[in-house]
Ligand binder design. Structure first.
Ligand code: COA
Ligand code: MG
Length: 294
């Protein structure tokens, strides 16, 4: 099941946690990392665990994921605290390579046994572009065997900090080459390993039209969902990542046209040519439509 919107909620903030059940996001990320001040982290772990315990799997309005801290920080302490609450998945920040995802998988193997969680239930979303090494090693996802890995996400802010850049935008407000190349590599890595490609956050959370335009562009490029930082971003994201009725109608026509004739690789519909790549795209649109209509 794909996730269109993934809303980050600081794990120590009662008021924001109180909005989770009505936010409408496909998934919520209860954050223990960068939206929580280090001195509040222990309290955030307790709050997030209690939040999960009060919403057992099957009684959740949104999928509940948890973002842990990096391995050289408190990753294992975070995991040990929350896993018994059966989060649907773990968001793993600041990886250096797919080997870090493998390492997290092993930790989950052990903790799932300890906490009587079904083996393999806990999925992983790797934030795969937050260090220079992670970006250079993105192609390794193509051959990695990581059954828990459901989503790859990218981020520009931590990468700029990691490489000592003072900005990631050019004078026209577009990502500079390093970030465009990184985003593109992550998209291809996700497709190559069968993970969902998730677009990064749109930080200007009052600019709904800008968000919509940016989501439409991402969806056209093959991204299938987006991280959100504010509840107002959820509905526009859900809408723009769901195939439109026109897309669905056209996809049905294309499939029907190919079904109606045996053994052809090209059909004409309303004066336009459609061939096998169009048929593949049509099947993909119908699959997304089905998943997002549930
Ligand atoms: N999750 C749940 N509720 C949220 C929320 C979030 N991410 N962001 C805002 N809200 C709530 C606010 O508490 C507020 O509630 P109220 O109407 O009861 O007062 C309401 O939505 C409107 O919020 P608003 O006043 O517009 O924004 P804000 O100034 O309270 O918060 C941010 C702005 C950016 C600080 C906030 O959106 C946020 O914390 N986002 C998440 C940041 C994060 O997790 N970053 C890490 C991932 S990149
Ligand atoms: Mg980050």
């Amino acid at each position: 099941m794909y996730i269109r919107s993934m809303l980050y909620v600081p794990g120590d903030n009662d008021k924001k946690l109180g909005k989770v059940d009505t936010c409408g996001a496909d998934a919520v990320v209860l954050d223990l990392e960068d939206s929580v001040a280090p001195q509040n982290r222990a309290e955030a772990r307790r709050k997030v665990r209690a939040f999960l315990d009060q919403r057992p799997i099957g009684a959740r309005k949104s999928k509940l994921w948890v973002r842990i801290n990096a391995f050289d920080d408190s990753a294992l302490v975070d995991l040990a605290a929350v896993l018994g609450g059966q989060p649907d998945g773990i968001v793993q920040p600041k990886i250096d390579s797919p080997e870090d995802v493998q390492r997290l998988s092993y930790m989950l193997d052990a903790l799932e046994v300890r906490d009587s969680v079904p083996t393999g239930q806990t999925k992983i979303c790797a934030v795969a572009t937050e260090t220079a090494s992670a970006v250079l090693r993105l192609p390794e996802f193509a051959t990695a065997k990581l059954p828990r890995l459901a989503i790859l996400n990218w981020g520009a802010e931590d990468l700029s900090a990691a490489i000592g850049a003072s900005t990631n935008l050019d004078s026209s407000g577009q990502w500079t080459l390093t970030y465009r190349a990184t985003r593109s590599s992550m998209l291809l890595a996700a497709k190559a390993c069968g993970a969902q490609a998730m677009e990064t956050v749109y930080v200007d959370y009052r600019d709904t039209e800008g968000l919509r335009a940016s989501c439409r562009a991402a969806a056209q490029e093959g991204f299938t969902g987006r991280a959100a930082i504010h509840p107002d971003q959820v509905a526009p994201i859900n809408e723009t990542f769901s195939p439109s009725m026109e897309d669905v109608e056209l996809a049905k026509k294309v499939v029907a046209a190919f079904d109606s004739v045996d053994g052809v690789g090209t059909v004409g519909i309303d004066g336009k040519m459609f061939d096998i790549p169009h048929l593949k795209r049509a099947h993909r649109t119908l699959k997304l439509h089905e998943m997002y209509s549930l």
